[in-house]
Design a protein around this ligand. Sequence first.
Ligand code: SF4
Ligand code: FES
Length: 680
Amino acid sequence: MNTINVFINDFPIKVKSNISVLEGCNQNGFEISRFCFHEKLFVAGNCRMCLVEIKGQAKLSASCAVYFTEGMHILTNSSVVKKARESILEFLLVNHPLDCPICDQGGECDLQDQSFFYGSDKSRFFEYKRAVSNKNCGPLVKTIMNRCIQCTRCVRFANDVIGFSSLGTVGRGSQIEISFYIRKLFFSELSGNIIDICPVGALTSKPSAFSTRPWEMKSVRSVDVFDGFGSNIRIDSRNLEILRILPYKNDFINEEWVSDKIRFGFDTLKRQRLNKPYFKSSINFYQLAWTEILNVLSKKLDVLNKKNLPFYLIIGAFCDLKTAFAAKYLLKISANFSSIINFEGYGLTSLDFQHFFCFNNRFQILNDKNLEGCFLVSVDPRKEAPVLNLKLRKQFIKRDFLVANLGSRLNLTFPIFQLTINSFKFLNVIAGKHLFCKFLRKIEKSIAIIGSAFLNVTDENNNRFFLAKFLINSKIINSKFFGLNILSSRATDVAIYNLGLKTKILRKSSKPKFLFVLGDTVFQKDCINTFVCFQGIQGNELLIMSNVVLPSCAFTEKNSLFINIEGRFQNSQKAVSMPKNSKLDFDIILSILNLFDLNLMKKFKKNFLLSQNKIPFYKNNQNPFFSLFSFPVYMTQIKLVNKTFISIFNQNYYQNNLLLKNSITMAKSSKMLLTKSPFV
Ligand code: SF4
Ligand code: FES
């Protein structure tokens, strides 16, 4: 990148040529105050707090809107600049209420910080302050519009980032205010980020209003487990309670956004917690000690084992890598422990190649200037990975980037080509004859994103064959580029596939006699004669059907390791302690192994220590082309493709897993969505 020579406060400095004066100064340690500027938003230049003096220019300039030129001489702290900032702040404080002691932003408010440096201790204004009515933004975002300084960050975030265009400024001059142009529900999967964007306390979190002060909390870094994207988060807690979850900046993954599910849905972790092992006899649950419950479990398994009946293991959506590794050994306690299954509608058995279950191009591909097209198949990125959808939208806004969808109709907050679902169109797409495929063939680089619903097939190999044909005919994979990406919606999937744990769909006809459910997951209600052992954290519909209940801990209560859909290993730190009498998932499985086979236990411990030194377990050094064609093709008739191929993940966004169904905030949001009214 080109650099140029400039002077900042008389220091000769080399800066990049394509950045604003404000960014250049900040990068070189000359902090410039700002309100309306934000790295991820378009520049507005309306607060004037970032004024600097440029030698040779008669007036002060807004540094966020001026770019460096060779030899430029900038003064960031001259007396003229200081005087200008003091005046601007005085104007802002004319109408800003002095309610810092009861404001939730107190302690982390930009206006408070700037007042400390440039504010005055007395006012020259003796009129009434103006009053602005609060707006109803639903159950997640609280507004106190008297505090608004009209920086328009929220307006730019809503319009440019999440695609909600009804928020804007109304009125002029001293009557200007932020409002909705039309009465419309403020809905976005990422709406909570508007709270972080606001530099003052005008927009704050409704669920955690008046609950804490920033200096009372301790923070740890963790990972969002409510989807497979692996957004980095910061968990703020006080004593034993989690008080808020915020995004942790990571430019490679979530930038500085995080979905509403993890930001607000964590209240579920306080509700209906299991704190003792339980055993169900007829319809009643009885509390037992850990040793007693493990004996009950071992006896039951012995009986079933003698009868040679199949056992099944279900791994829930929030299982970490360490627990999944232990679960692999759980399968070895009996030859009857047949396989891992799930009820979430898909299974995967061909795990030889990572390319068939990972987002192979990594999220950075969406910053590639040569990428011109994207084909979505059986996926709704807006619901399954909202931050990924945001990245696609950003590409669409920045330059010519076309997205087409093969599957149910989608609303992705930006225009896409919706391909009609019928077998004729589908055949055309496979053969590369569709108009969009022809377009893809002409461009240099394009990718395909395939959703979990695609895996919901009767014949996995057969569908992979169709996929391969489609990708080659559309030139999404070619000799130079491999553009296949799989988007899994569960945080645990890539980890269990990496460990070689095959998953199958449990057919209704299977009638399992024993199910070990590891963590919260979707569960079929018709397993009436099945003995269910549930290892989880809270009372829910799954618990009612269980015979043995083993209380474990949530992802916020342990140090763990997750793998996101890119195959990236990420640590999650413990934020709070687990309830008394609960145990770590890993320790519970170890106790079960101990009960059955001491040799197996020793082998597990040895292998676990070995693998810890070797993480990542899986080495991605295989030929991606080989992975796609290394399967037997049994059928090539289009009519044999399961119709569910084109379905998508189509559930209530706010409550699409068992944990979130217990969240009060998510229940309110879900009601808002269903009734289309913010008054909940
Ligand atoms: S509500 Fe906050 S972000 Fe929006 S204009 Fe006002 S101060 Fe800026
Ligand atoms: S930050 Fe530059 S004008 Fe507001």
